[in-house]
Write a protein that binds this ligand. Structure first.
Ligand SMILES: Nc1ncnc2c1ncn2[C@@H]1O[C@H](COP(=O)(O)OP(=O)(O)OP(=O)(O)O)[C@@H](O)[C@H]1O
Ligand SMILES: [Mg+2]
Length: 506
């Protein structure tokens, strides 16, 4: 093992005010291995990665790369010695071509003195590189025209071109569809066969199981265990991560189905959503499945007035309702948890409590006087339910880990007194234990007579939690399946554009 050792991390410790984010972390990475880091939200995974890329300095401990201790790692230095990091917010430039992005900062010049790029050579080289990684992307294509999945792959190409020996990815699959994630792992396998190591973080344990050689588990800032994936199971990972077993990953409870509370007819936005009609009942969890880009998020944006529609009628609780803005939607009793964290309206410098009580402080005011005490009690209840890891309700949200910020968003909407909930990718970036808590909260909502729409790309999740599933393809609804009839095959069939009618309707 020692001759193949690429990186060795020993006794790494990092303190933030009031938080011991990393506590004596040890990690070794072999050449050409795919190594995962798993742990609950706030366990210290992203902080560890920021140390390895020189973004943060450790308080204690050492990082050795290819046998040499790197005492003063900076982002530049990390890149120079062969550590590349693919962040969630991609570092690419949308209006440049794929080739230009791959060579960004390492351009090939025809004349350096006159600053003339050798586009032809760059395009040819990029084409070779893309073909070598088995990627069907044109080097001349404008980057901005590609989906997130392909953009990520361009970043990987860039890392390979820069001769990276270690490519680090923090939750690379969280915004990818299952198919895109599969493609990513195919590329990772390619990169690995060239002797490059990959370190990646994911909350999707099935993909960790399927694609990693080894996994290191982190808990409360400590590295608690490292083991070969072939010797262990997903249950082992969960047990080490959360310190207990999770018997039932989808604790679905079927509630009584009531009247139609949301009735959408003929909703259309040219080129994106095409004549979409559906009904949501009280007590029902309605799942929207489909590939990324099928128009599910866009449909929900039209329903909630985030984007204007060209045609369509909406009835809420049986009444014709005009929704022109997100405020109209909240007034009508519809809560919308969007998929993009940046848009979720978290005020990062404000506290957990402030954010959680943001939506409907009005509910806590009596005779116009704001009862902060009551708001705080409720916030505390919801936040504890989600096992939020924060120093306290007064912690600024911007200081929380990614998954814990997501929990605040969920808490915020759960605190609103809406009757119709639209959750777009509700459990993205949330650890296994907290996912179960989110599902329990969904159970509670429908048991109290609310209706819930969930849009999710993880098929297991839709099948695990929805009472009824609608499948979309290219802006249309192509399939409807009851909980009983739904199978992965049927969903995939409709997601690729073939029609499936509900069995009951014949
Ligand atoms: N800049 C910061 N200032 C203060 N505390 C921080 C800062 N960055 C991270 N923390 C704290 O350090 C701990 C570890 O956070 P980190 O982001 O590493 O978690 P994570 O394992 O990546 O979680 P997730 O799965 O939610 O992304 C958390 O308690 C977090 O609140
Ligand atoms: Mg993180």
């Amino acid at each position: 093992m020692t001759d193949t050792l690429l990186m060795k991390v020993e006794g790494l410790t990092k303190r933030f005010p009031g938080v011991l984010a990393l506590d004596d972390v040890n990690l070794d990475i072999a050449r050409g291995e795919v190594h995962a880091i798993c742990g609950e939200n706030g366990a210290g995974k992203s902080t560890l990665i920021k140390m390895l890329t020189g973004a943060y300095r450790p308080d204690e401990g050492t990082i050795a790369f290819e046998g040499e201790v790197c005492p003063a790692l900076s982002p530049r230095k990390a890149m120079d010695i062969g550590i590349a990091c693919i962040y969630q917010e991609l570092n690419l430039i949308p209006h440049l071509s794929v080739a230009e992005n791959i060579f960004l900062g390492r351009e090939i010049f025809r004349s350096k003195a006159f600053d003339i790029l050798d586009r032809k050579t760059m395009n040819t080289k990029a084409a070779e590189l893309l073909a070598d990684l088995d990627l069907h992307i044109r080097p001349e294509a404008r980057l901005g025209t590609l989906g997130v999945g392909h953009q990520q792959m361009v970043e990987i190409c860039r890392a390979v071109w820069a001769d990276a020996k270690l490519i680090i990815m923090d939750e690379p699959t969280s915004s990818l569809s299952e198919k895109e994630a599969k493609d990513l792992f195919r590329i990772i396998a390619r990169v690995k066969s060239r002797g490059v190591s990959v370190l990646f973080i994911s909350h999707r344990l099935d993909e960790v199981r399927a694609n990693c050689d080894r996994v290191t588990i982190m808990r409360d800032g400590k590295s608690v265990s490292t083991f070969a994936m072939k010797d262990s199971s997903i249950d082992d990972i969960i047990q080490l991560m959360v310190g207990r077993n999770i018997q039932n990953k989808y604790p679905k409870e079927v509630a009584n189905r009531g009247d139609v509370i949301l009735d959408v007819q003929g909703l259309t936005r040219k080129g994106v959503v095409n004549n979409v009609s559906f009904q949501l009942h009280a007590g029902e969890v309605l799942g929207f499945a489909g590939l990324v880009g099928a128009g599910r998020t866009e449909t929900m944006r039209l329903v909630t007035g985030a984007d204007p529609s060209d045609a369509g009628k909406i009835k809420v609780f049986g009444k014709d309702t005009t929704i022109r803005s997100p405020e109209d939607s909240i007034k009508a009793g519809i809560a919308f948890l969007t998929e993009s964290r940046k848009e979720q309206g978290l005020v990062l410098i404000q506290s957990v409590e402030f954010n959680a009580t943001l939506v409907k402080l009005g509910d806590f005011s009596k005779f116009g006087v704001l009862s902060l005490g009551r708001a705080r009690d409720e916030a505390m209840k919801v936040v504890n339910g989600l096992r939020l890891k924060a120093a306290g309700l007064a912690t600024p949200v911007g200081k929380l880990s990614g998954g814990n910020q997501q929990k605040v968003v969920i808490a915020k909407w759960l605190m609103s007194k809406a009757k119709i909930f639209i959750f777009d990718e509700p459990t993205r970036g949330i650890d296994v234990g907290a996912k179960v808590e989110v599902y329990r909260l969904i159970n509670e909502l429908v048991a109290k007579g609310a209706g819930v729409i969930i849009v999710c790309s993880e098929m297991e999740e839709v099948m695990g939690m929805a009472d009824r599933i609608l499948v979309m393809h290219e802006g249309r609804i192509t399939g409807e399946l009851s909980r009983e009839e739904a199978t992965q095959e049927k969903i995939m069939y409709a997601a690729s554009g073939m029609e499936i009618r509900p069995a009951k309707a014949g």
